[in-house]
Design a protein around this ligand. Structure first.
Ligand SMILES: Nc1nc2c(ncn2[C@@H]2O[C@H](COP(=O)(O)OP(=O)(O)OP(=O)(O)O)[C@@H](O)[C@H]2O)c(=O)[nH]1
Length: 630
């Protein structure tokens, strides 16, 4: 007996939890659907409410004309050792109702809360628990009465709506159908039996209940039905005598009514031989026992369903990410994990596992050479400009042999042009890296759930990139400056050792054509009349020499700028993009860490729903395990 109590109690508990989680049937196989339950069905005025109240031994259901029951009422009966009766609603958990008139009011109000005053129906159940020494452990679901016509103010579809709602309950294989039919009507016309026959043709989960035996015409009886000859079911029919309308009006006590019912059967000439198997008390016991048997049979499949659901929920949790611990250690750990995941993706971009890193090579291979080519050396080393610069450098005393100062000024001036392309390379690589950071953040799956952390990492990475850029810029400018600071003297020595060649054949400003080894022919000899021609040749030669030298510097820088940029920006980004961030996070207060891990509220809600479900399913499994093997 202890087992029976605990089994039904257990299912009650799981059912309540299902309702809290919004699981009351619906799409897919829910836990609710797997739980055996007893649904009460019958036509209007068949005596449904009376049967339920009589099983409970209490007056508590709303009465009135039209369709009073508009939401399923899940009635969980809990037998207590003693004490007075009380009721509790799941929607008002802390409130104990000991006055059953107020239970009735609450059912009415709660019905209206969902359906409004429109007389519509809703399939969201009201969950009511009644604790009493006078009940057996049993769960019954009261459904709207099957009706044939809509009344004033009800939508035309109400007849079908009710039928389909009732059907949605009774067609579930785990539903035990309590089919109520009045004895003063032909059983062949009973709405309850009609529906039961459809969904349970073999009659294995239908319990036939015949009410209003006392209202049958004199000289007739219901033995044909009660003995199972009119309509055969696997379970015996139970006859009931409820309170009449007059009794209800007189407020006849339910316990008294139960006694009267018992006496009715015991003293009945027709039903006396069936007396021990008639009446609402017997019905309650019969149902309770049956429910227990069914629950016991269903336990393996319930456990299987629970296990399957637990697996599914776990898989979903994995997909959306597990909840983060609340202590700062766990938070810090999560943040660092996320950072590492991001860094992995970022490195893959640079190293070629993912696209984008090749654009850095593009900067060195195309952008930098193209920019160098465009530098205005033609203008700077034109004969006129050379003459101007050299003359200015000479001052009042023109140079005697070679214009040392003039050379230096021309070279310095030319070299300073390299600063532009050098800085442009730094910036171009900076933007590639920045773009890769943006991409990597978007591609880091683990980070998707933490928008705040995403932007924190982006900010930190970009700050680091700025620093690397500054460093890189300084370095490349220094490379350029170094070229000015000390000239390669060998280059000029070699030049002066070369035989002269014809200056008029060549364009002195075309440094690409400055072939240091080609001998120059037909240089005008000083001392001839044509002084002007000599001067022109002289400056063109200087321009050509400088151009040759700058060409050499250009080749050097074309190679060394990429080295500096990669060293200062790319390698640093690979090695220490988030170093500053790590240091900062390590010093952060718990609250700030929590903020960094803020998630999308919808996701958090979904996770907490899953977590709650998971908890329910796990505890259900534990409890079933504990009870089932007793
Ligand atoms: N004499 C007598 N009257 C009964 C019996 N069962 C129900 N009644 C009366 O029949 C009427 C309808 O009973 P309810 O229990 O309200 O029937 P219901 O199926 O819940 O009705 P709706 O909720 O309106 O669909 C009430 O006046 C009851 O007093 C019975 O066994 N004997």
């Amino acid at each position: 007996m202890a087992t029976m109590t605990s089994l039904i109690g257990l299912i009650n508990k799981i059912q309540r939890a299902c309702t809290v989680l919004g699981d009351h049937g619906g799409e897919g196989m829910s836990l609710w659907e797997a739980l055996p339950s007893v649904a009460v069905v019958g036509g209007q005025s068949s005596g449904k409410s009376s049967v339920l109240e009589s099983v409970v031994g209490r007056d508590f259901l709303p009465r009135g004309s039209g369709i009073v029951t508009r939401r399923p009422l899940v009635l969980q009966l809990h037998q207590t050792e003693g004490g007075s009766d009380y009721a509790e609603f799941l929607h008002a958990p802390k409130k104990k109702f000991s006055d059953f008139a107020s239970v009735r009011r609450e059912i009415q109000e709660e019905t209206d809360r969902i359906t409004g005053k429109t007389k519509q129906i809703s399939n969201i159940p009201i969950q009511l628990s009644i604790y009493s020494p006078n009940v057996v452990n049993l769960t019954l679901i009261d459904l709207p009465g099957l009706t044939k016509v809509a009344v004033e103010g009800q939508p035309d579809t109400i007849v079908e709506d009710i039928e389909s709602m009732v059907r949605s309950y009774v067609e579930k294989p785990n539903c035990i159908i309590l089919a109520i039919s009045p004895a003063n009507q032909d059983i062949a016309t009973s709405d309850a039996i009609k529906l039961a026959r459809e969904v349970d043709p073999s009659g294995e989960r239908t319990f036939g209940v015949l009410t209003k035996l006392d209202l049958m015409d004199k000289g007739t009886n219901a033995l044909e039905v009660l003995e199972g000859r009119s309509y055969r079911l696997q379970h015996p029919w139970v006859g009931i005598v409820n309170r009449s309308q007059a009794d209800i009006n007189k407020n006849v006590d339910m316990i008294y009514a139960r006694r009267k019912e018992r006496e009715y059967f015991e003293n009945s000439p027709e039903y006396g031989h069936l007396a021990s198997k008639m009446g609402s008390e017997y019905l309650a016991k019969l149902l309770s026992q049956h429910l227990e048997t069914v629950i016991r049979q269903r336990i393996p499949s319930i456990i299987a369903l629970i296990n399957k659901t637990i697996d599914e929920l776990n898989a979903e949790l994995d997909r959306i990410g597990r909840p983060v611990g609340v202590d700062s250690g766990a938070q810090l750990y999560t943040i660092l994990e996320m950072c590492r995941a991001f860094e992995r993706v970022f490195k893959e971009h640079l190293d070629g596992g993912r696209p984008g890193g090749d654009r850095i090579y593009g900067v060195f291979d195309h952008q930098l050479p193209a920019a160098l080519k465009k530098l205005p050396f033609d203008r700077h080393l034109s004969t006129r400009n050379v003459q101007k610069v050299v003359s200015e450098a000479d001052g009042y005393q023109p140079h005697l042999i070679a214009p040392e100062q003039g050379y230096r000024r021309l070279i310095d001036g030319s070299i300073s042009f390299f600063k532009g392309p050098a800085e442009a390379s730094v910036d171009a690589v900076h933007f590639v890296l920045k773009e890769l950071v943006r991409k990597s953040i978007a591609e880091t799956e683990e980070l998707k759930r933490f928008p705040s952390l995403q932007s924190d990492i982006a900010t930190a990475a970009n700050e680091a990139l700025e620093k690397f850029r500054d460093e890189s810029r300084k370095t490349v400018l220094r490379l350029v400056d170094m070229e000015s600071s000390y000239l390669t003297v060998d280059f000029f020595r070699k030049l002066s050792a070369e035989p002269e060649r014809n200056a008029s054949d060549r364009n002195s400003s075309d440094r690409n054509a400055s072939d240091k080894n080609a001998p120059e022919k037909n240089a005008p000899q000083p001392g001839t009349q044509n002084i002007e021609r000599y001067a022109d040749y002289h400056f063109r030669k200087i321009g050509s020499n400088v151009s040759g030298y700058i060409g050499m510097v250009c080749d050097t820088l074309k190679n060394s700028i990429p080295k500096a940029v990669v060293y200062c920006q790319v390698l640093q980004a690979k090695r220490s993009l988030l170093n500053q961030f790590y240091a900062r996070v390590g010093r952060q207060e718990k609250e700030r860490l929590g903020k960094m891990l803020d998630e999308d509220p919808q996701l958090m809600e979904r996770r907490s729903t899953i977590a709650k479900r998971l908890e329910l399913y796990k505890s259900a499994r534990d409890e079933i395990d504990a009870v089932a093997w007793k």
